[in-house]
Design a protein around this ligand. Structure first.
Ligand SMILES: Cc1cc2nc3c(=O)[nH]c(=O)nc-3n(C[C@H](O)[C@H](O)[C@H](O)COP(=O)(O)O)c2cc1C
Length: 382
């Protein structure tokens, strides 16, 4: 094993750097090794392929963690690439513990190291070089074996686990959602996976992916006997959801107005402007972008109360689903939505609780009214 050194002084604040570099999405692995019969494993995202000819990997490991010393001593490691449903495993291997492998199925690979049996892929490496860079060491490894199963990878982005999505699948989902919103299907109608795939001219896997996302949106439900069915949407659902949001926002106004910092207000204004740019001349520029921007604005408003329970309650309202089912069925809307949300933003900026309450009530009423108009064209149900 050769040893090298790399390092440079930095003027960038480490906390800021962590935030910025968190924008680099990555896969998630568990690097395992064994030294003196003891097994080691740690969650690592700073792992990548280095060369294909010859096959080589690198893993960046904090010198302070026991796995770094164990890899140095054993001179070998395994990269276990995690699948999308293995977030808990990633969590388990990211917390220092003497019992990292509890309840984890493992077997020995050709290097005699522990391999996580249910991982998406395994790459066994012998360390050919160790380079020290800042607080970490880069373990460059010659690949001895590489195997992969079927499935999707776990991903990591800005401190949260996620799953990978192909742009082409997203396009199929958008088409399927458009069909549901434009009432190609009746409320309560069964959607057969094969039929959806044929209709969209895509693979069954892409149609299945679309269905699972429509399910998450609340646009289709799962009936134990009939399978996927189009969920009905009516005035009651809409009114209850908008009223619940209003109740939360009135609470936020009471709790927050007069206690909001300049940077929180700037964030609210920024989110308002982003949203306003997406509704012009009584039309959505892009409904789904507007939906996301609208959600982000109200989420920021609720965050002004600095109460995580309120934020979680807001998150559980299915507001996006209700808006998608109603407003999403037509690009035509009303500029009034922007006007009244501007009044709400300005009332917060002036710390005027009475005006803020009025604007929140007006906004809720406008939304309910608009859904009534849309439902009037569809016989009360979508
Ligand atoms: C998603 C994620 C990725 C991580 N990536 C790395 C990494 O690439 N290198 C590293 O040294 N630590 C990384 N860590 C932190 C280690 O997993 C953590 O320090 C762990 O406790 C080390 O295990 P050990 O103390 O048993 O050696 C990561 C943690 C998480 C949650």
């Amino acid at each position: 094993m050769k040893q090298g050194r790399a390092g440079a002084a930095t003027a960038v604040d480490p906390v800021h750097f962590r935030h910025v570099v968190g924008h680099l999405a990555s896969g998630v692995t568990v690097v395992t090794t064994a030294a003196e019969e003891k097994h080691y494993g740690m969650t690592a995202s700073s792992v990548t392929s280095l060369s294909a000819e010859p096959p080589m990997m690198l893993a960046c490991i904090n010198n302070a963690v026991p796995t770094a010393d164990a890899v140095s001593r054993s001179g070998k490691y395994v990269v276990n690439i995690l699948g999308e449903d293995q977030g808990e495993l990633a969590q388990q291997f990211s917390i220092a513990s003497d019992d990292k492998f509890r309840n984890v199925a493992s077997h020995r690979g050709v290097l005699g190291l522990p391999m996580l049996s249910d991982a998406l892929a395994h790459i066994e490496c012998e360390v050919s070089e160790k380079v020290v860079g800042g607080s970490h060491s880069i373990f460059i490894g010659r690949v001895v074996s590489a195997t992969a199963g079927d499935g999707q990878p776990l991903t990591y982005f800005r401190g949260g686990y996620g799953r990978f999505e192909f742009v082409r699948d997203d396009e199929v989902y958008r088409q399927a959602r458009q069909q549901v919103l434009s009432r190609v299907y009746q409320a309560d109608q069964v959607i057969v996976l094969e039929d959806l795939a044929t209709q969209l001219g895509v693979e069954k896997s892409a149609a299945f992916y679309a269905l699972t996302r429509l399910y998450a949106d609340g646009l289709v439900g799962r009936d134990p006997e009939r399978g996927y069915v189009i969920t009905a949407f009516d005035l009651g659902t809409s009114d209850q959801t908008f009223d619940a949001r209003l109740a939360i926002e009135l609470g936020v106004i009471d709790l927050a107005i007069g206690r909001v910092s300049a940077s929180e207000l700037a964030a609210l204004r920024d989110r308002f402007e982003r949203m306003a740019a997406l509704l012009v001349g009584d039309r959505f520029v892009d409904f789904h972008d507007y939906l996301d921007a609208n959600y982000a604005f109200h989420e920021q408003l609720v965050a002004l109360a600095r109460n995580p329970l309120l934020t979680a309650t807001f998150g559980g309202l299915s507001i996006k689903s209700v808006m998608t089912r109603s407003f999403g069925s037509t690009p035509v809307t009303s500029q009034r939505f922007i006007d009244v949300q501007r009044q709400l933003t300005e009332a917060f900026e002036r710390a005027d609780a009475a005006d803020a309450r009025q604007a929140a009530r007006d906004y809720c009423e406008s939304a309910k009214q608009r859904v009534r108009e849309i439902l009037a064209h569809t016989g009360g149900r979508i």
